[in-house]
Design a protein around this ligand. Structure first.
Ligand code: PLP
Length: 409
């Protein structure tokens, strides 16, 4: 199907959850930035695994354990291919973006960041790419610096070279803002950081459901993914790290699988990627994530990107018909998110009225309070899109917003 326009009706048929009524109305799901829905292929992969193959990995000599190990390690190879990493040992399975970033903050951070050093983030980070760095800086006596955002919703990249100093030990930046939809020029940002010898972590939570991510082309040192935001299960995610960087990091959690041998005097740690994966991993989650990647590739990311962009533009135009509605972002490049406020109506009231119409959106700070405060607001309404959304979904949203206007007239 790759290369052809998206057959959205066929895609929708693959997502059983979409075919239901909510509050007596057909469900219109516009909350995919919070979590995406799952295609039948992912649900089937989970059921198949638990029905036929469930066993613990790496340790067993019996057939089921061998099958589970093959499937789990096969999922690692699937992820490697999906993001074009060089080697499978660069793929660390974690719970999600939050855990990936915390892992880096604890291991890389606590071994490479010291008193007087600086960690650079941006004003448009999700809380999970702010708080771990604040905690690190407080603990080691480092300073957190922030690249500001302009009024259009773009990063102030004119500030980047000033903020990157000889004390900067890491730059962490989101690929796509979950609150505004801004797509940051991460390739350029990484190049500029590397020119100053600064490694870069990219928070990729909102990217891979919408466009191709190639970690070698980006040349990022770390890339964090959440499976549930790319049509996979909750509870599984990925930390990609360049092999040389991961090798230089001490282990994080201690326990089974991350060791080669243990005596009461000394532990010899395992090689990558196992050294950073203590304990029984989320085996079924990894298998489900691999199935999600198969699904995305079977649809084709070029077609998905084109569909998402066209829908975003349609949505931005359609929202203009709603009196007193202000779209938050005018950023140069955007993906997947329509974030707005309505004059004289609280975002939560908008959400409640839309819910009665069967339209699921998110209202609030979207775990990006510092960003929203840059715009002088405490909450926005966020409609977020995925490959299964249609113009009819946008039309239902706009009809609902006109009802909100009537109620608050
Ligand atoms: N980063 C961004 C940009 C996000 O949108 C999110 C979740 O909304 C996260 C990080 C955290 O992801 P998770 O909750 O899956 O760990």
């Amino acid at each position: 199907m790759s290369g052809a326009p998206l057959d959205v009706a066929r895609i929708r048929a693959d997502f059983p959850i979409l075919h239901q009524e909510v509050r007596g109305r057909p469900l219109v799901y516009l909350d995919s930035a919070a979590t995406t829905q799952k295609p039948q292929a992912v649900i089937d992969a989970l059921v198949r695994y638990y029905t036929h193959d469930n066993a613990n990995v790496h340790r067993g000599v019996h057939a089921l354990s061998e099958r589970a190990t093959l499937a789990y390690e096969g999922a690692r190879e699937r992820v490697r291919r999906f993001i074009n990493a060089r080697e499978t040992k660069e793929i660390i399975f974690v719970r999600g973006c939050t855990e990936a970033i915390n892992l880096v903050a604890y291991t890389f951070g606590r071994s490479k960041v010291g008193p007087g050093d600086e960690v650079l983030i941006t004003a448009m980070e999700h809380h999970s790419d702010i708080v771990p760095w604040q905690m690190l800086c407080q603990q080691v006596g480092a300073t957190l610096k922030v690249v500001p955002v302009d009024e259009r919703g773009d990063l102030r990249l004119d500030q980047l070279d000033v903020l990157l100093t000889e004390r900067t030990r890491l730059l962490a930046v989101t690929h796509v803002s979950n609150a505004l939809g801004t797509v940051n020029p991460v390739r350029d940002i990484i190049r500029r950081a590397h020119a100053r010898g600064v490694p870069v972590l990219v928070d990729g939570a909102q990217a891979p459901a919408h466009f191709r991510v190639d970690v070698q082309a980006l040349d990022c040192d770390f890339y964090a993914l959440s499976g549930h935001k790319m049509f996979g299960p909750t509870g599984i995610g990925v930390l990609y790290g360049k092999a040389a960087v991961l090798e230089s990091m001490p282990p994080w959690q201690g326990g089974g699988d991350m060791i080669l041998s243990v005596t009461m005097e000394k532990t010899v740690y395992n090689r990558l990627p196992y050294r950073l994966e203590a304990g029984t991993p989320d085996i079924s989650g990894a298998i489900g994530l691999a199935a999600a990647m198969d699904y995305i590739d079977s649809v084709g990311l070029d077609a998905i990107s084109a569909h998402d962009q066209a829908l975003l533009e349609y949505g931005a135009r359609a929202l203009e018909s709603v009196p007193g509605l202000r779209l938050m972002s005018q950023a140069r490049e955007r993906s997947g998110v329509l974030s707005f406020i309505m004059e004289d109506v609280h975002a939560h009231d908008v959400g409640t009225i839309l819910d009665r119409e069967g339209v699921a959106i998110r209202a609030g700070h979207h775990c990006a309070q510092p960003l929203l405060s840059c715009f002088g607001v405490a909450a926005t309404v966020r409609a977020s899109l995925a490959m299964y959304n249609t113009r009819e979904d946008i039309d239902a949203l706009v009809r609902g917003l006109h009802k909100v206007r009537e109620v608050f007239a």
